[in-house]
Design a protein around this ligand. Structure first.
Ligand code: PMP
Length: 423
């Protein structure tokens, strides 16, 4: 097992956190990092290598959060680091076109079947905002349907019954968002095709888009039921609405070509992020040419970004996608994930612990039907295993996770379950 952590390792972050809180609201730059859902103090990270990261105050952790899914190659992949070092020598940002942007765009267009043209942004949030703006311009309508528990970034009108940090913190909506801003957002339960059909019919004259995470990854990992995604495609077609797949997590994660390849559904627009930036800030949206052409400067839909297509970030993305294309690791990742998840399930059964483990490809979630998640999380943390610090967030495997890492993780889980049983 990665060495059991001493009290020192877990006590010192308190000081770092205290200091951070003096200058940063809540001490963090994104809410779930604060450990609010699990209690205690966040681990401050000093360094990452492969499947592991190392705390500022010591401690070595096998990482299943992986920068919220961005690091499919693991931390500090040598090829990515080498490419970044070379790229940085040429300068960090130009605000002018570079060949690198075309290279990443070509990799995306060649890799994702439904994408004919793509534009790069600096985050998933921006990508989703632009995709929705485009859908509204294309259809000349206003309403969008989203699903309960899905998270599509933090744009005002998408913070309605959202997942991720909002589910973690138990807040259905955000303060500071005028009711007017969400009045065109209609929320429907995920996997409920009947509700979707009814809602689409109600708004048929004004329905611009249906946006969905094809595998919901921000309220635990929830798989689409048979026929759900096909149903979305049919309803979108029936009412002339734009179908947007938010594949910020799933593209290049579940398959090289995304969940859309896996499930054989072709959306009109797709939003990307995380993996396409190889751990640096990149997002993208793309899809049908006739829709994408509405973007400025060709068309009248404005979207821009000072650092969009940043050469350093794009370099990490290009290198990552080339490695994924060459190695095609998806089968292997899936088998490892399945092995881990099935063992977690059987350990839970052996120990009489009521939990639900969902997984697909290399993403999974462990959802306790009780208040045990906090104890599970901290029990594992003490053993040097880092799961995402909320039962509503997905966990991930990377190419760097070895069989040995998984064995060690399972040893830790078995010990923690044993303790939970005897509490
Ligand atoms: N869409 C989905 C499905 C996401 O999971 C996320 C982030 N977790 C976003 C959009 C927003 O991306 P970003 O945090 O890069 O703005």
């Amino acid at each position: 097992m990665a060495e059991a952590l001493s009290i020192k390792h877990l006590a010192l972050p308190r000081d770092l956190f205290k200091e951070a809180k003096q200058y940063i609201p809540g001490g963090v730059n994104s809410p779930v990092r604060s450990f609010r859902a699990v209690g205690g103090y966040p681990v401050f990270v000093k360094q990452g290598r492969g499947s592991r990261f190392y705390g500022e105050c010591g401690g070595e952790f096998i990482d299943y959060c992986l920068s919220w899914g961005a690091l499919i190659l693991g931390h500090a992949h040598p090829k990515v680091i080498k490419a970044l070092k070379e790229a940085i020598e040429n300068g960090t940002s130009f605000g002018m076109p570079t060949k690198l942007e075309t290279e990443l765009a070509k990799l995306i267009v060649d890799g994702v079947a439904s994408i004919e043209e793509v534009r790069l942004t600096s985050s998933g949030t921006e990508a989703v905002m632009a995709a929705i703006r485009l859908a509204r311009a294309y259809t000349k309508r206003n309403k969008i349907i989203k699903f309960e528990g899905s998270y599509h970034g933090h744009a005002d009108y998408l913070l309605a019954k959202a997942g991720s940090g909002m589910a973690t913190l138990g807040v259905p909506s955000s303060l500071g968002v005028p009711k007017d801003f969400t009045r065109h957002t209609v929320v429907v339960p995920y996997n409920d095709i009947t509700a979707l059909k009814e809602t689409a019919k109600t708004h048929e004259k004004d329905l611009a888009a249906i946006i969905v995470e094809p595998v919901a990854g921000n309220c635990g990992v929830i798989l689409p039921e048979a026929g759900f995604l096909e149903g979305l495609r049919k309803v979108s077609d029936k009412y002339g609405a734009v179908l947007i797949f938010d594949e910020v997590i799933t593209c290049f994660r579940l398959a090289y070509g995304g969940a859309q390849t896996l499930f054989g559904i072709s959306p009109d627009l797709t939003c990307l992020g995380k993996i396409i930036g190889g751990g640096l800030p990149v997002g993208a949206f793309g899809g049908r040419k006739d829709i994408m052409e509405l973007l400025a400067p060709e068309g009248g839909v404005y979207q821009a970004g000072t650092l969009s297509g940043n050469p350093i970030a794009v370099t990490a993305g290009i290198t990552s996608l080339n490695i994924l294309k060459e190695k095609s690791p998806y089968r292997n990742l899936e088998e490892k994930t399945m092995g881990l998840c099935e063992k977690i399930k059987s350990f839970a059964t052996e120990n009489g612990i009521d939990l639900k483990v969902n997984y697909i490809g290399s993403m999974f979630s462990v959802f306790f039907n009780s208040d045990l998640f906090k104890r599970f999380f901290h029990g594992l943390l003490k053993k040097g295993v880092y799961f995402s610090p909320s039962g509503f967030e997905a966990n991930f495997l990377s190419l760097a996770h070895s069989e040995k890492d998984i064995e060690k993780t399972l040893e830790g889980i078995s010990e923690v379950f044993n303790k939970l049983r005897r509490r």
